[in-house]
Design a protein around this ligand. Structure first.
Ligand SMILES: Cc1cc2nc3c(=O)[nH]c(=O)nc-3n(C[C@H](O)[C@H](O)[C@H](O)COP(=O)(O)O)c2cc1C
Ligand SMILES: [Fe+2]
Ligand SMILES: [Fe+2]
Length: 382
């Protein structure tokens, strides 16, 4: 990172659930930066849980200087939750943001004395450095913008290119937690993300400074851009099948494992199995988007489908799951209903091809259902 940029972000090692739902086995980081030309800009504030630590980082980085600008890229509280505290400490700072962000500011209880709203292509002269603003609406909130500094070939990308984990978590595997973050938080907004990627494609970028996760440079930056192009267009990253099961008493789970073995035996490169009742749902969502095929296996439940599967398919629908091939395995002891319900949920998604046969298991796998599973495995491998 260029010496004109100082990192002043914070790690939260204790937070267990990001946005009250995403498991954080390795905590979370919130990034914030100081950009120093002749004038000084602070890039975003901080999650309220880390407010004091951040103000301290900021004070140390500033030394005897005062910030001229606070650039607000995103109003979500994990970044703007310390805005009021910042304005109390530095009331003369001009807040720079999109018009939409200004509207949200009052709702979140912040009242800056001086606000400068900016729009696409506007620039701010920091004295030797230029901040050029790029609007990024619906990545993944409406007020989001990014900032490009041509002199430093640096893009401040807001939540895009972010990930779960503290700053130095799994440094050699950026994609794993970046993918889980992307699909669960931005998945629905592939079109707006693609739009911004197109806008920045013509820029010389050697550094990306996101709001979460490490600063990206060199090979890691190239790989992140490659993956974002696939992810935002709902393309296939890895050829393979995700087998997702939701089983009350374990028989459907065993059938799912058997089916996975059949798929492996047919030479499918990657077959992953997830237990929707016990495994991390966000990871199951991520894997569904990652691969080109999926099989959903569930018990029938009260003339419907077992709730963990219902939740999974509903979440996939919310996140705009699309352009995939899906097989269905249902289990029912007296009047199987899971298949019909899963099919209905899948039919509500764009370009999801349901592959035959729909396998029906009656309580436990029989000769007949085994033959159906073999036929489904053939169809998925073929
Ligand atoms: C609360 C409850 C509701 C159920 N509702 C149905 C149902 O509507 N239709 C049906 O055929 N089986 C129903 N079943 C039976 C399950 O589908 C049964 O557990 C399944 O056939 C065996 O697969 P499993 O071991 O994976 O759960 C129900 C079971 C429970 C515990
Ligand atoms: Fe956000
Ligand atoms: Fe964020």
């Amino acid at each position: 990172m260029n010496p004109a940029i100082t990192y002043i972000g914070c790690d939260d090692r204790d937070l267990q659930l990001f946005e009250s739902q995403y498991a954080l086995p390795e905590g979370m980081c919130y990034n914030s930066y100081l950009v120093s030309g002749g004038r000084i800009a602070v890039m975003d504030t901080m999650d309220p849980r880390k407010r004091d630590e951040w103000l301290d980082n900021l004070r140390k980085a500033l030394g005897s200087r005062k910030p001229d600008y606070l650039i607000v890229h995103h109003m979500e509280p994990d970044h703007s939750g310390s805005l009021s505290a910042f304005l109390e400490a530095y009331p003369e700072t001009t807040v720079v943001c999109s018009a939409k962000a200004q509207g949200l500011m009052a709702q979140f209880g912040a009242a800056p004395a001086s606000v400068q709203t900016v729009k696409e292509g506007d620039t701010l002269d920091l004295g030797g450095l230029t901040l050029r603003f790029i609007m990024a609406p619906m990545v993944h909130w409406p007020e989001v913008m990014m900032t490009y500094v041509p002199e430093l070939q640096t893009l401040f990308s807001a939540d895009a290119f972010g990930k779960f984990g503290v700053y130095h978590a799994d440094e050699d595997d950026w994609a794993c937690e970046a993918r889980r973050y992307y699909f669960n938080i931005c998945g629905k907004y592939g079109a707006p993300v693609s739009m911004v990627l197109k806008k920045v494609a013509s820029l010389q970028i050697s550094t990306i400074c996101p709001l979460h996760g490490p600063v990206l440079e060199g090979e890691r930056l190239a790989e992140a851009l490659r993956l974002y192009n696939i992810w935002s267009s709902y393309g296939v990253e890895t050829a393979g099948v995700l087998v997702a099961h939701a089983s009350i008493h374990g028989n459907t789970a065993r059938a799912a494992e058997q089916l996975a073995e059949m798929l492996r035996a047919r030479g499918i490169e990657r077959v992953a199995v997830t237990d929707l009742c016990r495994d991390d749902m966000a990871e199951a969502i991520e894997d569904a988007f990652r691969m080109d095929r999926m099989v959903v296996c569930a018990s029938s439940y009260d003339n419907n489908v077992f709730p963990p599967m219902h939740q999974f398919l509903w979440k996939l629908q919310q996140k705009a799951y699309q352009n995939r091939t899906v097989g269905i395995v249902e289990n029912g002891s007296w009047a199987p209903s899971a298949g019909r319900e899963m099919k209905a949920l899948l039919e509500g998604m764009k370009d999801v091809r349901i592959i035959e046969p729909l396998v029906t298991i009656r309580s436990t796998v029989s000769q007949e259902s085994l033959a159906q599973m073999e036929a489904l495995a053939d169809a998925l491998a073929g």
